[in-house]
Design a protein around this ligand. Sequence first.
Ligand SMILES: Nc1ncnc2c1ncn2[C@@H]1O[C@H](COP(=O)(O)OP(=O)(O)OP(=O)(O)O)[C@@H](O)[C@H]1O
Ligand SMILES: Nc1ncnc2c1ncn2[C@@H]1O[C@H](COP(=O)(O)OP(=O)(O)OP(=O)(O)O)[C@@H](O)[C@H]1O
Ligand SMILES: [Mg+2]
Ligand SMILES: [Mg+2]
Lengths: 260, 260
Amino acid sequence: MGKVICVANQKGGVGKTTTVINLAASLAAAQKKTLFIDFDPQANATSGVGINKDEIKKTIYDAIIGEVNIRDIMIDIEPEFLKGYLTVVSASPDLTGAEVELIHFENREQKLKEAISDITREYDYVFIDCPPSLSLLTVNALTAADSVLVPVQCEYYALEGLGQLKRTISLIRQRINPELKVEGYLLTMFDSRNRICHVVANELKTYFSEEVFETIIYRNVRLAESPSHGKPILLYDVKSIGAQTYISLAQEIIARNGGD
Amino acid sequence: MGKVICVANQKGGVGKTTTVINLAASLAAAQKKTLFIDFDPQANATSGVGINKDEIKKTIYDAIIGEVNIRDIMIDIEPEFLKGYLTVVSASPDLTGAEVELIHFENREQKLKEAISDITREYDYVFIDCPPSLSLLTVNALTAADSVLVPVQCEYYALEGLGQLKRTISLIRQRINPELKVEGYLLTMFDSRNRICHVVANELKTYFSEEVFETIIYRNVRLAESPSHGKPILLYDVKSIGAQTYISLAQEIIARNGGD
Ligand SMILES: Nc1ncnc2c1ncn2[C@@H]1O[C@H](COP(=O)(O)OP(=O)(O)OP(=O)(O)O)[C@@H](O)[C@H]1O
Ligand SMILES: Nc1ncnc2c1ncn2[C@@H]1O[C@H](COP(=O)(O)OP(=O)(O)OP(=O)(O)O)[C@@H](O)[C@H]1O
Ligand SMILES: [Mg+2]
Ligand SMILES: [Mg+2]
């Protein structure tokens, strides 16, 4: 119970937030009790499911500095459709300040892990959406996680950054979180008409072989449209390729984690 | 002489690096003496012009902590074609550590400005490629700059983050750099077949009116291919739409800055 999966890649714009929202919603639709935590000061995962950032008084920032209990800042998403299977903890721009504020704490890498330790047992899956960097926020997420899911956009720069990410994951595993595994590398924004997508896909499979998810996420404009409607793709356009690929990713993750 | 333009947006993957490399190369081809500084620990702007990161001993990191003079770490790019009009200062992953190391300095926001103050007069344009965050590295770049160029991907999340960026720019202007102006907002990855691109373009022109560049950068696969060949688009495929749009952006910037 309660697998914590951090979705991270320091390369910007590779589909971290899109993966957290749509994978979490697909698992909820499969009646897995799912929580996601927006841990990016941009708070895209918060607005992407229709939460109005200006109405939220307390966010994950307040939980990691110890001012609120995480149980008091959870929000149920699409309750009529997902019947309480999808819960969200939102973020705010204050998180940028946390990078500096946390420096002075003894156990600064463990703050997120401490804030969520009471509640992970109550969920089948807990996702953490990371900012595009390898700084203290992402280190906190890697420390709190059982595994890390790495979205890889099918482009040159995204491939180039994987070495740096792999080194950071090994460092965290050696120093702070020995149990940290790789959930998988996920190809995103794949466009079969572009030669470069096939090159990147082949390289990824060569370097990371069975750690690469079978499911590939295709470039699909409906995925880019759904956040402006504040809905996961499943509720915005369930027949779209985008929805279908995230449903199949959810099934692959369920199967990899002992199924049913 | 010596206009310093910082290219920034905390949203990841919006085309910051692609804009720095290709705008700088287009200005160099127009015989403007141009320098760009890679200030992102991912060092994409460094590899995007064919520099092998493993061969570089000293980078901008060493210059801002005061160990080297910036004159000693400059690299001429494509000297036969651009005849010394394009020079680069590379980055390295060490920059991630600088965020923490600089915290203890009195004038931590001014480190980049100090490192480059001797040399900006020798160039017509100096660009700074920023990481996808509003942390101390981007604050250093905004402090060192005369103006900021903001690439805006034609998608919902990119538009959403502009409010936060605008507030940060005003704060820097009030507290540290009163001369900081906005060079302009640049629409990137525009695909006229996608409704969302037209929506974002209209919103941008409504909110920021004459600050939006006339030039629009279209989505063009050749722009995504050129970094894997280590060449600016001008040298990879000068007839492509990608090359043409960055040439026209260079002309627009020259005209806006009283140029000939
Ligand atoms: N498969 C896809 N097809 C089309 N558009 C996509 C796809 N996945 C993501 N997008 C769009 O691409 C942009 C980048 O995706 P997203 O914001 O999820 O990436 P990210 O890695 O979370 O970015 P950041 O590094 O800023 O946190 C968004 O505008 C999103 O809507
Ligand atoms: N106009 C364009 N058409 C097609 N692809 C593009 C275009 N501009 C950029 N790209 C590609 O999109 C990806 C993101 O662009 P880029 O890396 O320049 O963004 P960035 O803002 O610098 O990202 P980061 O936030 O990680 O620093 C890259 O793979 C790049 O090659
Ligand atoms: Mg994101
Ligand atoms: Mg970049």
